[in-house]
Design a protein around this ligand. Structure first.
Ligand code: B12
Length: 354
């Protein structure tokens, strides 16, 4: 069997159906049957489970699926990853020499463990001696692993760019310990642009490509990197310090203009308000890496998410306006908020009418 079979529409439809019904037994049996008929574990992880799980997101954003269905499907995918990894490790020769040591985990604040877990399992399958640290890796936890295990590489996963400031602390702490950093995940931006801003030694979006690259060239021991000079203007720390006030203003403006949004009994009210409440942190992350695309990337998710829940895109514009007032004396933040409003104005036409 080849990868083409793994990605065949019938196989994928059957797997999607198992996810839709939270059918762990069926999903696991399907994945293991693919392995037993010749597919590689890497193909099953990267060409079946990963794209199926990404499609779960589309169904959740569009409200076709509830949060509960998304959680149940994700749980099934996690269990299938474990089953595939266990089956592959059972058939690996016992006497193979241990590979280079890699610590892999999600950056602080990041709870999307499945992408990191898939990346970790692919690296393990390729012979690396891998320790998986899971979600939300805080600096003290990384420091203790760095010193206890002396890894050859730290592999960091970031899916949501709002975590970038925290990711920087982990990159710096690994590099200061002399350990190079491999970054992966969509949160590091288009072509990994923000991984480079934060000083990661290598960015690769695809774990198989990362394994290929590491097989031919190991990153050098890190040297000191230049500090992020734009942070000297203290705009980032001002936004972080003013977070509570920004949120108060943002919700007051929303309540005034869209009272129904703040009605706690309204369908989706909690989820909708949670998304608005992320805006100050997203702006702070954009200022941190000095790129308004962090904000516009979030707006593109937010506009689709809110539209599917009956909230007009204009409400996001209002929310950005609420942040502009108290941050009006910060030139970079003002520029980013303007870029956000321009993005929304252009996108509004693209949103289908109700
Ligand atoms: C499941 C899920 C969740 C689960 C995660 C559970 C878990 N255990 O993982 C839960 C419910 C916790 C969750 C929460 C949130 N989520 Co969510 N989530 C998803 C969803 C549906 C699937 C994620 C996934 O597993 N994808 C499949 C993986 C395999 O795909 P992948 O990312 O391409 O991964 C590959 C590469 O990135 C790469 N890679 C990743 N890491 C690394 C590391 C290295 C070293 C290397 C080499 C490669 C590599 O390899 C992976 C395998 O090929 C996505 C939708 C999507 N399109 O992915 C949204 C998504 C990621 N979530 C999103 C959001 C907004 C959130 C929340 C903020 C929303 C909320 N209201 O709750 C919170 C944030 C939580 C947090 N602080 O982290 C948005 C992000 C938008 C954005 N740009 O910010 C998405 C894209 C929603 C969407 N449009 O469908 N989420």
């Amino acid at each position: 069997m080849t990868g083409a079979r793994v990605a065949a529409p019938g196989v994928r439809a059957a797997f999607d159906d198992h996810l839709a019904h939270a059918d762990e037994t069926g999903a696991t049996a399907l994945a293991l049957s693919l392995l037993r008929s010749g597919a590689s574990a890497e193909e099953v992880l990267l060409r079946l489970i990963a794209p199926a799980q990404a499609a779960v997101g589309t169904r959740w954003v569009s409200t076709q699926w509830s949060v509960a269905q998304e959680h149940a499907a994700t749980h099934v995918s996690e269990r299938v990853v474990s089953a595939v990894a266990a089956e592959a490790s059972a058939s690996r020769p016992r006497n193979s020499a241990p590979g280079r040591r890699v610590l892999c985990g999600c950056v602080e604040g990041e709870h999307h463990t499945l992408p990191a877990r898939i990346a970790a399992e692919v690296l393990r399958l390729r012979g690396f001696d891998l320790t998986f640290l899971g979600a939300n890796v805080l600096v003290p936890r990384l420091v203790s692993h760095l010193h206890r295990q002396g890894p050859d590489l730290v592999a960091l996963s970031c899916v949501i760019p709002v975590c970038l400031p925290a990711a920087h602390r982990l990159v710096e702490c690994s590099r200061r310990a002399g350990v190079p950093v491999l970054a992966g995940g969509a949160g590091f931006g288009p072509a990994g642009v923000w991984a480079r801003t934060l000083g990661a030694d290598l960015y690769l979006p695809d774990p198989a490509a990362a394994a290929d690259m590491l097989a031919v060239r190991w990153p050098d021991t890190p040297r000191e990197t230049a500090p992020l000079e734009h942070l000297a203007d203290e705009e980032y720390s001002r936004i972080v310090r003013q977070r509570a006030e920004l949120l108060r203003r943002l919700f007051a403006r929303l309540r005034e203009r869209y009272p129904s949004l703040c009605d706690p009994g309204a369908e989706h009210a909690e989820a909708v308000l949670e998304e608005f409440g992320r805006l100050p942190d997203v702006l702070a992350a954009a200022i941190y890496v000095d790129d308004p695309r962090v904000l516009t990337d979030y707006l593109s998710f937010g506009a689709a998410f809110l539209h599917a829940r009956g909230v007009p895109t204009a409400a996001l514009g209002l929310a950005l306006g609420a942040l502009s007032g108290p941050l009006g004396d910060l030139p970079r933040a003002s520029g980013h908020l303007d870029a956000g409003r321009r993005w929304l104005a252009a996108a509004d036409h693209a949103v289908p009418p109700d």
